[in-house]
Design a protein around this ligand. Structure first.
Ligand SMILES: Cc1cc2nc3c(=O)[nH]c(=O)nc-3n(C[C@H](O)[C@H](O)[C@H](O)COP(=O)(O)OP(=O)(O)OC[C@H]3O[C@@H](n4cnc5c(N)ncnc54)[C@H](O)[C@@H]3O)c2cc1C
Length: 305
């Protein structure tokens, strides 16, 4: 094990493991520290693992759009060294309805045009033709299930949807983090689990590595904070939070799983639309959604230069 490092990465989630891989392949000596027992055990393991190019900022969207091309080549990107297997990216695309709350997707589509990300607008008839179980009635405002008016339409009809072909989902986000870990280790990175960072010491006005629970000091000129929802605590330890313009806090996120409508077989009918992953329909929805676009005119989904 190396005794000195160019960088200590705090957190072995999908982002920490990817950071470690890039730094290691760039020739840096990297230590990754995580208080949990394995990579991807934090919020990464709870993720729905949807990959989508549309976010609210140009920078965020450009980064997410670029990630699609890495996911497309995932086995080549991470290599085949992980004996647990390789996570799969299902490039089924994303379908998002237009509604008042998302400003009918106008701001998003402006960003998509700016970064050159392909999309296709579908009118209600096209949406219905592709996926008959979709209703374009509006159920706004959102209500909790125990609300008597839950599931009651407000009488308005939504004007359609947008299909984004460069999206989909990853079958196992925790495995994807492990794939990155194995690739990073092959490039020289060291991972230490069940090890919490409790202090970020400073020397001559700069960070000087980390102090681990138990008191061990690991010196390093660079510390990367990718500690997930609680990363603000690391910022507080490093005494850098007060000067930050953007601050974060941990939030709980509710994800609902609903059964398929009675009599509807996703495996047969939904093979051209994104449906939240379900083990039983995994194979059938793998057929790509791009052909939905090609029926009208081909859309260029190749990597931009
Ligand atoms: C319910 C849910 C659904 C989601 N769905 C999606 C989705 O569909 N698509 C999408 O793109 N994103 C989704 N996300 C968000 C996505 O999961 C996160 O953005 C991503 O996993 C963050 O990865 P990370 O590596 O930054 O953080 P994490 O995976 O949380 O990793 C941070 C790591 O830091 C470690 N750590 C923290 N503090 C310390 C410390 N002091 N010392 C040592 N280690 C420490 C933790 O143990 C943890 O392992 C979802 C999130 C949730 C919760």
């Amino acid at each position: 094990m190396a005794t000195s490092y160019d960088a200590v990465v705090i957190g072995a989630g999908i982002i920490g493991a990817a950071t470690a891989l890039s730094l290691s392949r760039g020739g840096r000596r990297v230590l990754v520290v995580d208080k949990l027992p394995a990579s991807g055990y934090g919020s990464t393991s709870g993720s729905c693992a949807i990959v989508r190019p549309f976010y609210s900022t140009v920078e965020g969207s450009a980064l997410a759009y670029e990630s699609h091309f890495y996911w497309m080549e995932w086995p080549d990107f991470v290599g085949k060294g992980d004996e647990r297997g390789i996570a799969r990216y299902v490039n089924c695309g994303n379908l998002v309805v237009k509604c008042a709350r998302n400003k009918y997707l106008k701001p998003i589509l402006e960003v998509m045009r700016e970064i050159g990300c392909p999309y296709r607008e579908l009118d209600p008839a096209e949406v219905k033709q592709r996926l008959p179980i979709v209703t374009l009635e509006s159920f706004d405002p959102p209500r909790r299930p125990e609300d008597a008016a839950f599931g009651t339409s407000n009488g308005e009809m939504l004007p359609g949807a947008v299909f984004f072909p460069t999206g989909g989902y990853v079958t196992d986000p925790q495995l994807a983090a492990h794939n990155l870990q194995v690739a990073a280790e092959a490039a020289g990175a060291v991972f230490r689990f069940n090890t919490a960072v409790v202090e970020i010491p400073r020397r001559a006005g700069r960070v000087d590595g980390v102090v681990l629970a138990g008191g061990e000091h690991v010196p390093a000129p660079v510390v990367v904070n990718v500690a997930g929802p609680h990363s603000f605590k690391i910022n507080q330890m490093a005494d850098v939070e007060r000067g930050m313009k953007i601050k974060t806090k941990a939030l709980r996120h509710e994800v609902a799983h609903v059964p398929s409508p009675p009599g509807f077989d996703y495996a047969v009918k939904a093979n051209r639309f994104y449906i939240l992953p379900h083990q039983k329909i995994k194979t059938s929805i793998e057929s790509r959604m791009r052909d939905i676009l090609d029926e009208r005119e081909p859309v260029d989904v190749s990597r931009p230069r």
